[in-house]
Design a protein around this ligand. Structure first.
Ligand SMILES: CSC[C@H]1O[C@H](OP(=O)(O)O)[C@H](O)[C@@H]1O
Length: 382
């Protein structure tokens, strides 16, 4: 069936999309973001000159995706320092902009620590700001390197689990260049398989309500030239039943110490479907997404988002005059209340493997995750 929906990308532009970059025009440093709320219709850039503009961009998902949130948070601290704003205030507002993706707080913490360490060594404000920027640039580089290594390790695992190639991969939400300093996490694995001719099809969940799959993953898949097919989230079950899914590849926003995985809402039902149909369910995430300070899935704060994201559909660049608060077109009676968690939590027993740049963990246990993180710290130190 997969081939009858043959949709291959037409775009030959480079797949790496500059989701974020630091610039230093004469009027002062800025953080330039590709506004992901406007994709795929428009490639519009947001120019942030202070932390509050970046906080708004994070909350509106103009910039999004766990690893990129970490990079943006670090640059946000550097921006506040470079422009003479209060760094502690900036760090606190950035770290609190979205609660679930642990990378955001990690990135903010790394840049803030570099800033404070430089001051502690007797450096002046300019030197401290430069130290924060250096920490942000380092995190950006490390994430790009991690992305390449995750792609390599993820492809090796797919080849091991699915001998014979021709992988039909289902993915949820968006985990490509738009969430990363490199080519992403789970999507980067699919891209690696495509480049060596071992991706038969990427099944792309549209990912309601904000449609990161339909708007962003399809956009990235088209640019790559891979064979991909979009589906509604509720059509995934019939694909599994038809035997059309060889593996599920998703990202993560926070992985608790016991191996519970918080990811875009709709991930947990895919894990249950995968288990029922004996299909590998693989999580691809950098080590920075593993949070040993969060003991288990119940301890992960799941972001609750505004109801209008469910009760309205919004044409990103065309606000609808007179529509509800969200500016979209109502699809439910005015006043309808909506349940809109941004993420859900998959228990470790439903996860076949967690693939990181330092290696894969399977089965997923607290001990194996702790060992992986310890090994990663050794690598970082050396
Ligand atoms: C690999 S990070 C991408 C991750 O982030 C997405 O959430 P959001 O679009 O709300 O930032 C989703 O959970 C993806 O798996």
């Amino acid at each position: 069936m997969a081939d009858q929906y043959a949709q291959t990308g037409e775009d030959s532009r480079p797949t790496e999309i500059p989701a974020i970059r630091w610039e230093e025009p004469p009027e002062g440093p800025v953080l330039v973001l590709l506004d992901q709320t406007r994709l795929p219709a428009e490639e519009v850039e947001l120019v942030c000159t202070d932390a509050s503009a970046l906080v708004e961009a994070i909350r509106s998902l103009a910039v999004r995706g766990a690893p990129l949130l970490g990079i943006a948070g670090a640059y946000g601290v550097a921006l506040a320092a470079a422009r003479g704003f209060d760094v502690d205030d900036a760090a606190n507002s950035l770290a609190g902009a979205r609660p679930t993706a642990v990378n955001l707080a990690v990135g903010v913490r790394r840049a803030r620590a570099a800033f404070q360490a430089e001051l502690g060594k007797g450096g002046d404000a300019r030197q401290a700001a430069e130290a924060a920027l250096a920490a942000a640039r380092k995190l950006h580089r490390e994430d790009a390197e991690a992305s390449a290594r995750m792609a390599e390790r993820g492809l090796a695992l797919l080849d091991e689990l699915l001998p014979g190639g021709g992988h039909r991969i289902l993915t949820h939400c968006n985990t490509g260049s738009l969430v990363s300093g490199g080519e992403g996490t789970a999507f980067a694995v699919a891209l690696a398989a495509h480049r060596v001719g071992r991706l038969r099809r990427l099944w792309v969940d549209e990912t309601r309500p904000l449609l990161q799959g339909a708007r962003l993953t399809a956009y990235e898949a088209a640019r790559s030239g891979m064979a991909y097919t979009l589906l509604t989230d509720n059509a995934a079950g019939s694909l599994f039943a038809a035997g059309e899914v060889d593996a599920v590849l998703i990202g993560a926003d926070r992985i608790a110490a016991d191996g519970s995985v918080a990811n875009k809402v709709g991930s947990y039902p895919l894990a249950v479907l995968a288990r029922y149909h004996h299909v590998p369910f693989i999580v691809v995430a950098p080590v920075t997404t593993i949070d040993l300070d969060t003991p288990d899935g119940a301890s992960i704060e799941v972001e609750q988002r505004p109801g209008h994201e469910v009760t309205e559909v919004t044409a990103p660049q065309v606000p609808v005059a007179g529509a509800e608060a969200g500016g979209g077109i109502p699809v439910a009676p005015l006043g309808t209340q909506a349940y809109n968690p941004a993420f859900d939590v998959t228990p470790p027993e439903l996860v076949t493997a967690i693939v990181t740049e330092e290696g894969a963990v399977s089965p997923v246990t607290a001990e194996a995750l702790a060992e992986l993180c310890a090994r990663s710290r050794q690598v970082t130190i050396s």
